[in-house]
Design a binder for this molecule. Structure first.
Ligand SMILES: C[S@@+](CC[C@H](N)C(=O)[O-])C[C@H]1O[C@@H](n2cnc3c(N)ncnc32)[C@H](O)[C@@H]1O
Length: 340
């Protein structure tokens, strides 16, 4: 199996359990700052290579896609265009339609694909790494720019896409932000008969029978538990239910049944264990996850400071560092084929 190290994003802090990427431009910029800053190690050849995290996920996902024709492929939840570019680089279709809910994410994608609407963006951004990353992306995307259409919309709602016009679809790290019955219902309308969507998900959504989330998932890490205990003890409030950090609602049977009802046959075609880099874990995940759990007890600024102090103590505590098992984001990959 290919191997990678992944920081699964600074975006786990999803307070209202809705889409954490919503509306504003900052979200698109933050997303790409993350992509520009935390490369993962791809060890799929004789030599490792460093590749940005979502791009690597997209690369592996899209390798599995078999469109029924060479016309058009739909990129569901196309975000800032990372998987969109990968679809074109792998030459999966002549044209790609990106469908994205968030106007901020979409605007960034437009800039990265040389669309006129995106150019204002440069007046907001000064981050050197981000600008370099965008420059590289734009150099690669230039050859494909006229083959891409970027639409704003919710995949769960009425799609302004012609019925049965898509030869295939992908969704890279998207479907867990939607209600599967609704999104698959709409995707069924736009795919040609016999066409497929390949999609992946995450361990806060799906419990993989081979790698149960409680046994391997990074949200159950002992270091995180120590930080949480420390903050609660010193703050004088009860320890919140630690297991509530990740209680996936889906297993394979539920995915298969929900998608079957919308006219698909789904198989799980793989799982990848993406090791969360410990530095990234401490810097990005621990503060967000602990904060989520203690938010009923402390206001935001107070909790930031307390969490920081607790992390400094845990770093020096051999017991807090002893958990070497819970360090993976468990990413299942599925193929859902629309019935003929
Ligand atoms: C983790 S990002 C992945 C972005 C992109 N697929 C990539 O590979 O980088 C998830 C994206 O799904 C989008 N999304 C979430 N719910 C959606 C919905 N109901 N309809 C369309 N897009 C949605 C979010 O706005 C966000 O851009």
């Amino acid at each position: 199996m290919k191997d990678s190290k992944l920081g699964s994003g600074a975006f786990t802090g999803n307070k209202d359990n809705g889409n954490p990427y919503s509306g504003d431009l900052d979200k698109g910029i933050l997303y790409d700052i993350y992509e520009a800053n935390y490369p993962v190690i791809a060890t799929d050849g004789n030599f490792p290579r460093l590749v940005s995290a979502y791009r690597y996920n997209a690369e592996k996902l899209i390798q599995n896609l078999n469109p029924v024709g060479k016309g058009r492929v739909l990129d569901v939840g196309s975000g800032t265009g990372i998987a969109t570019l990968e679809l074109l680089a792998q030459n999966k279709s002549q044209r790609v339609t990106g469908l994205e809910l968030s106007s901020g994410m979409l605007l960034v994608a437009k800039y990265k694909f040389h669309k006129a609407e995106g150019t204002d963006l440069l007046s907001y951004v000064t981050d050197k790494k981000l600008l370099d990353y965008w420059e590289e992306f734009r150099a690669e995307s230039l050859q494909y720019k006229d083959r891409v259409e970027l639409l704003q919309g919710d995949v769960q709602e009425c799609l302004e896409i012609n019925s049965e016009s898509m030869d295939g679809a992908i969704a890279n790290q998207v479907m867990h932000w939607t209600e599967l019955s609704k999104s698959f219902g709409k995707i069924a309308q736009v795919l040609r008969p016999g066409a497929e969507i390949v999609w992946n998900s995450a361990s806060h959504f799906y419990n993989d029978s081979r790698f149960p989330v409680e046994k391997y998932g990074f949200r159950y890490n002992g270091f995180l538990a120590k930080v949480l205990e420390d903050v609660c003890l010193r703050g004088g409030f009860d320890l919140p239910d630690y297991t509530s950090l990740s209680k996936p609602k889906y297993d394979f049977e539920k995915v298969r049944e929900t998608t079957r009802e919308q006219g698909f046959t789904t198989t799980q075609i793989g799982t990848s264990l993406q090791q969360v880099d410990f530095q990234v874990f401490i810097q990005n995940h621990v503060p967000v996850l602990v904060k989520q759990l203690i938010s009923p007890f402390l206001d935001s600024e107070e909790s930031d400071a307390k969490i920081k102090e607790a992390i400094s103590r845990a770093i020096l505590d051999p017991e807090a560092l002893s958990d070497t098992k819970h360090k993976y984001e468990i990413v299942p990959t599925f193929r859902s084929v629309k019935h003929e």
